[in-house]
Design a protein around this ligand. Structure first.
Ligand SMILES: NC(=O)c1ccc[n+]([C@@H]2O[C@H](COP(=O)([O-])OP(=O)(O)OC[C@H]3O[C@@H](n4cnc5c(N)ncnc54)[C@H](O)[C@@H]3O)[C@@H](O)[C@H]2O)c1
Length: 314
């Protein structure tokens, strides 16, 4: 049975904690947050307000880091130096040096490390990659990816709105789509970029050139309560693959369409999307790498380096 510890019991921990709790071969035994009230919801776990104390008193196989971005690399290094495997929320941090620091610590201590880039485990995005890889609908011609929402006023201590601690929209929001593109299509050139950044809003619009096709992407924190929206549309020679308005639909040349979301509800047929939780998928994948001593191949440091290099040059 894997023993798990989690640090940072804020927003995203609400997706990680249930995923650990549902696993049969892992037990989330202890959690840590500087705000004790954040942990009251989980009375069955041991609570710590100090990460060092938790590392000293407990024995873990895996630490799950759900802290604000600026603490990721330091906390990951600290845990790995104690011989503990680490899964860490995105992004690793803001600089390419952090990638080297974290991966060299993992290597030196013989432990595994993974940045939880969740789109790589998201059924709709996995299917898009499969369609691209298999050329099922011909060659890819163009794509659009968007990720929009309101300004994150809710974050603890306002850390998300502080560029030095979060990197703002490029590192917090757009990184999801760019990471997926690098994972699925390889390394692009940026041939257009526009950003409008004010104290309470941040918008970027980019065009990525992959040689044979290009992908336009937008990401924003608007200064309004605009609802969170994450969508894509990819134009292949013989089909348009759309994940918009909460539905994944493949529009075919002959005017027919395959509504994958509809099929998933019925849970029949061979093409339907699995009803799965991407956060649980990434956690299960990492736990499996640890249990079976497999390399963490799904998230590679050179891909993370490419993403940070692009984001740092915007
Ligand atoms: N994969 C995704 O879809 C996704 C979604 C949201 C956030 N995230 C990432 O998850 C991370 C956390 O984001 P969030 O929205 O949960 O933030 P949050 O502000 O809601 O939570 C952060 C938590 O960390 C705690 N904390 C701060 N300093 C600490 C310390 N020194 N020791 C222990 N606890 C401490 C805070 O009290 C807070 O509860 C970010 O890096 C973000 O980029 C990923």
């Amino acid at each position: 049975m894997l023993k798990i510890g989690l640090v940072g019991v804020g927003g995203i921990s609400g997706a990680h904690i249930p995923a650990w709790d549902e696993m049969e071969n892992a037990q989330l035994v202890a959690i840590c947050d500087i705000r004790p009230e954040r942990m009251e919801k989980y009375p069955e776990k041991r609570h710590y307000t100090d990460f060092d104390e938790m590392l000293e008193k407990e024995e873990f196989d895996i630490i799950d880091i759900c802290l604000p971005t600026y603490l990721h690399a330091d906390f990951a290094v600290k845990a790995m130096e104690k011989g503990i495997n680490v899964i860490c929320e995105k992004p690793i941090y803001l600089k390419e040096e952090d990638i080297d620091r974290v991966y060299s610590t993992a290597e030196k201590n013989g432990v595994k490390f993974m940045v939880a880039q969740v789109l790589r485990f998201w059924p709709e995005y996995e299917l898009l990659k499969e369609i691209y890889d298999t050329k099922k609908y011909g060659k890819l011609l163009s794509g659009t990816m968007i990720r929009l929402g309101g300004y994150p006023k809710w974050s603890w201590d306002g850390w998300m709105m502080d560029e030095k601690r979060s990197g703002l929209v490029p590192f917090d929001l757009h990184i999801h789509d760019l990471d997926f593109m690098v994972y699925a299509f390889g390394m692009p050139e940026v041939d257009y970029q526009y950003r409008s950044k004010l104290p309470d809003q941040d918008f970027i619009s980019l065009n990525y050139n992959f040689g044979d096709f290009s992908v336009h992407s937008e990401a924003s924190w608007y200064a309004t309560c605009y609802p969170f929206t994450a969508e894509f549309r990819f134009q292949f020679e013989d089909a348009l693959v759309s994940n918009e308005n909460g539905r994944m639909v493949i529009y075919l040349r002959n005017d027919e369409k395959i509504d994958l979301s509809q099929q998933a509800e019925g849970d029949t047929g061979s093409i339907n999307l699995p009803k799965s939780d991407a956060y649980a998928n990434e956690i299960h994948y990492f736990a499996d790498c640890v249990i079976n001593n497999k390399p963490v191949e799904k998230v590679k440091p050179e891909q993370l380096r490419c993403v940070l290099n692009i984001l740092n040059n915007l």
